[in-house]
Write a protein that binds this ligand. Structure first.
Ligand code: PPS
Ligand code: ADP
Length: 219
């Protein structure tokens, strides 16, 4: 929340934002537009949501690779990886997951402002928090739902976490004893076709086609 308080010296607008008082936004001469011209692309956020094991990290990296091969700059913000650093203080409680999503949304916004195609891949189980991230970059948020059945994710179980959750050794595991709220109005849904999972590169291609159609792959 930003509350304008008063005009300080040089008529600069002093604000209170969250717990910060008396702060002033500093505008740089080189902005998003200039950076986009340099990179010949539009900064945006591709937000990949879905259950653990649904293929978020795989498609995020495939997308980053395919974009790189075509000369576009992308950067992956992966939930698991960010929990090794920026978000290492957060657990999997509802409150901490919300804070996790909020922080990743803010970081993604910075990357988009830098002109980069930011690919955020995290479970992000709550609709309202994903919507809040969308509201940070309203015209450049592409929500991608990895709509894979729980049974498939659980059968994959690459880290053995579902097994532990079923055995009661992990409490509050998404899809088992913690909620996942599927998107209602997302830009892209990636699903099984005739019961088969497409290859990561064809999923990446589906996203690239969308980015191209919407004009993100030109300045
Ligand atoms: N309780 C519980 N529930 C879900 N996931 C768990 C949990 N504990 C650990 N993990 C591992 O953490 C990864 C998810 O982290 P995220 O930051 O993406 O989660 S969230 O968006 O805050 O819900 C997730 O990685 P992915 O499998 O890549 O999704 C899991 O490996
Ligand atoms: N399109 C795909 N086809 C087949 N296997 C896949 C595909 N995408 C992911 N996988 C496999 O599924 C497992 C989970 O993928 P991962 O990307 O780690 O999911 P998430 O990041 O959602 O947890 C991995 O073993 C991965 O190799």
């Amino acid at each position: 929340m930003c509350k304008e308080v008063y005009a300080g010296v040089n008529n600069s607008v002093m604000s209170t934002v969250g717990k910060s008082t008396n702060i002033v936004w500093y505008e740089c001469k080189i902005g998003k537009h200039e950076r986009q011209q340099l990179l010949k692309q539009k900064g945006c956020v591709v937000w990949i949501t879905g259950l653990s094991g649904s293929g978020k990290s795989t498609v995020a990296c495939a997308l980053s690779r395919e974009l790189y091969a075509r000369g576009y700059l992308a950067y992956v913000l992966d939930g698991d990886n960010l929990r090794h650093g920026l978000n290492r203080d957060l657990s999997f409680s509802a409150e901490d997951r919300s804070e996790n999503i909020r922080r990743v949304g803010e970081v993604a916004k910075l990357f988009a402002d830098a002109g980069v195609i930011c690919i955020a891949s995290l479970i992000s189980p709550y609709r309202s928090e994903r919507d809040a991230c969308r509201a940070l970059v309203p015209d450049s948020f592409i929500e991608v739902f990895m709509d894979m059945p729980l049974e498939l994710c659980e059968a994959r179980d690459p880290k053995g976490l579902y097994k532990l959750a079923r055995a009661g050794k992990i409490k509050g595991f998404t899809g088992i004893d913690d909620p996942y709220e599927a998107p209602l109005n997302c830009e892209l849904v990636i699903q099984l076709k005739n019961g088969e999972c497409s290859s990561p590169s064809s999923m990446a291609e589906q996203i690239i086609m969308y980015l191209d159609e919407k004009g993100f792959l030109k300045a």
